[in-house]
Design a protein around this ligand. Structure first.
Ligand SMILES: Cc1cc2nc3c(=O)[nH]c(=O)nc-3n(C[C@H](O)[C@H](O)[C@H](O)COP(=O)(O)OP(=O)(O)OC[C@H]3O[C@@H](n4cnc5c(N)ncnc54)[C@H](O)[C@@H]3O)c2cc1C
Length: 371
């Protein structure tokens, strides 16, 4: 039976769904109000925030894991210190949001009412390695990384499924660390990074091949354990198969009418759910966004801060519109000595990819994004 947790609605209640980059950004933004007082409830199943950007490097060096995780309770305590607001973390999963009743339901049928809802629920990966989960705690994620590190050490032949940045970075890391293992990448397309950095397919191919990686293009495979089935029905065995494709939007708690065809949340250009302006969306789960941290930090952030001031703080009378960037900005390390990348569509030389990402996978910047 549903148990309703009634809150004092004279104090404004804000619920944030999520416990990762976008949720922390949302929390910092809401806590900045000096004129109002909020009860903020952050709901997510993870007890640590996690710098998942570094997973390809963590797979070859588990000793770095501690530098990529931060206790959520400590992060929250530090952020709320000295403010007028109260923040509570509920370690749970949101199973339903009833927008008309302004109510959120979590596992075990617990209900929470809100005045404002911020959805930062992102996406999860089919493999446990790459992203925080919508239901399981961090152990699922970190435990899997350690488990795969051991499997990688033992394997002689490794297949990586997916030719996006996650697959390419992982192929580069494994081939650099273990030059004697046979690493094969199935890109599932015309070439590595053909979707995200189409002008860099040739340079990516040549950098991977220099490291001894075998690249198989235009082949949609299915996998079962460590066996791959090709489109012609033939099978291939590997000592280890690593899935590095497909992200699933975490929106099972919303009715389909609020979602686009892929399951991401439809909003106006100010990140509000149409007809429900008390619901604001941020991060990877935005349909109009680019599903990247670069987009979150450099494009979405100022639009989000502006709409929070307008809708929640009731300050200002102008709202800023999000414009989806047309050209890609991304850095893709291929091993420890560089990689490929683009800044607003402009080519990033190998040296700068090394400087900004491949030498340390930006781990020294993890704290800024997640605390
Ligand atoms: C290997 C890898 C490397 C990457 N590297 C880069 C990079 O270098 N640069 C870049 O720009 N981008 C990169 N990205 C993309 C980046 O990871 C995402 O943009 C980022 O994670 C989005 O953050 P988010 O907070 O929106 O969502 P997420 O990080 O997906 O977090 C979602 C949060 O919501 C919680 N949640 C989900 N469902 C529920 C629910 N039902 N109830 C409660 N809580 C829920 C989750 O537990 C989690 O806390 C990379 C991605 C991968 C996979």
């Amino acid at each position: 039976m549903s148990k309703s947790i009634k809150k004092n609605m004279s104090v404004e209640e804000i619920i944030i769904i999520g416990g990762s980059y976008a949720a922390i950004l949302a929390l910092k933004t809401v806590l900045s109000s000096k004129t109002k007082t909020f009860n903020i409830t952050l709901i997510s199943p993870n007890e640590f925030t996690f710098f998942n950007v570094a997973v390809p490097r963590l797979l070859i060096d588990n000793s770095l894991i501690d530098k990529t995780i931060f206790r959520l309770d400590e992060v929250i305590e530090n952020l709320q210190k000295g403010t007028n607001h109260k923040v509570t973390h509920i370690k749970s999963t949101v199973t339903k949001v009833e927008l008309d009743d302004k109510k959120v339901v979590t596992t075990n049928d617990k209900e929470y009412s809100y005045n404002y809802l911020i959805i930062a629920s992102g996406s999860r990966s089919i493999s446990p390695l790459w992203k925080l989960d919508n239901e399981k705690s961090n152990e699922y994620n970190i435990g899997s990384i350690k488990n795969f590190t051991n499997k990688i050490k033992q394997a002689k032949t490794i297949a990586i499924i997916g030719g996006g940045s996650t697959g390419v970075e992982t192929a580069g890391e494994l081939a650099t660390e273990y030059p004697n293992k046979k690493v094969t990448i199935y890109t599932g397309s015309s070439g590595p990074l053909s979707g995200s950095l189409p002008n860099h397919v040739n340079s990516t191919t040549s950098k991977l091949e220099k490291l001894g990686v075998e690249i198989i293009n235009n082949e949609r495979v299915t996998t079962k354990d460590n066996e791959i089935t090709l489109s012609n029905g033939k099978t291939k065995q590997y000592d280890l198969v690593i899935e590095a494709q497909k992200l699933i939007p975490n929106t099972e708690f919303l009715l389909k009418k609020y979602l686009d065809e892929q399951g991401f949340i439809k909003t106006d250009n100010y990140f509000r759910v149409p007809q429900n302006h008390e619901v604001i969306v941020i991060g990877d789960i935005l349909s109009i966004g680019l599903h990247s941290l670069v987009d979150l930090n450099y494009n979405q952030k100022s639009i989000f801060e502006n709409i929070i001031k307008f809708e929640i703080f009731k300050e200002g009378n102008k709202i800023k519109e999000y414009k989806r960037p047309k050209n890609p900005t991304m850095l893709v390390p291929i091993g420890k000595n560089g990689g490929v990348g683009a800044f607003n569509g402009w080519n990033f030389p190998n040296f700068l990819v090394w400087l900004f990402k491949s030498r340390d996978f930006m781990i020294p910047k993890a704290k800024d994004s997640l605390t």
